[in-house]
Design a protein around this ligand. Sequence first.
Ligand code: ARG
Length: 253
Amino acid sequence: MKKIIALALILVLCLSLAACGAKGATLADVKKAGKMTVATSPDFPPFESLEGGKVVGIEVDIMNLIAKDLGIEIEFVQMDFDSVLIGIQAAKYDCAMSGITRDADREKNMLFTDPYYNAAQVIVVKADSAIKGKADLKDKIVSVQTGTTAESGCGDEGIQVQGYTANADAKAALTTGKVDAWVVDNLTAIQMVEEGDGLVILEEKMTEEPYAFAFAFGSEDLVAEINKSLAKLIADGTVEQIFTNYGETYAKP
Ligand code: ARG
């Protein structure tokens, strides 16, 4: 029995060492491969969603232009949001694209490009709810997508959360009355709250937070190259135009 436990411990140690040892792709790596694998959770319109099995959205358009600048192809790999963050830290993919908020906690575990958009977290409630703002969320239950800044942000404020791996399920928890409110990113809330749902987005925002693309440690030179491309696309108005194409107003970080 002791032997089995010892062996199991050695195995766990090896696996964690292997994970720590995994390095992000360099610029030379992706150029040599001619492609970059991009992990994404396409349940987040207008940034990434599925259309006939294909990933489409604002971030897809930006990513494709970056790929053009680098002279490579993009291969999108679909998964739940929490797996995107875990996968990129372990360098399972070259890049992560999921409306990812760049914050100090995450910067300890992964690399980020410069931010390209200034987002916010909003509170969604039923139209007849007594909840009018953040202060009313005490003693209430809020649905969030697992692994998101909605989850960590509400947790930091002592608000009780119920996590769902899929964004649509976090919304459904509110419409079916399992929770009192749903906290989600602003543009996604606007896209997902449809007429007839009986849901409203409150004016008071929970937070403001910038979006960026994430990479594993080791990808420093690749991130630097992508930052150049991103800076150009922001400066010449291309990023703003992409937001306009989706009927959205661009908020520069
Ligand atoms: N911006 C939030 C975060 O980084 C939510 C992102 C959720 N993205 C998604 N594709 N479902 O935590």
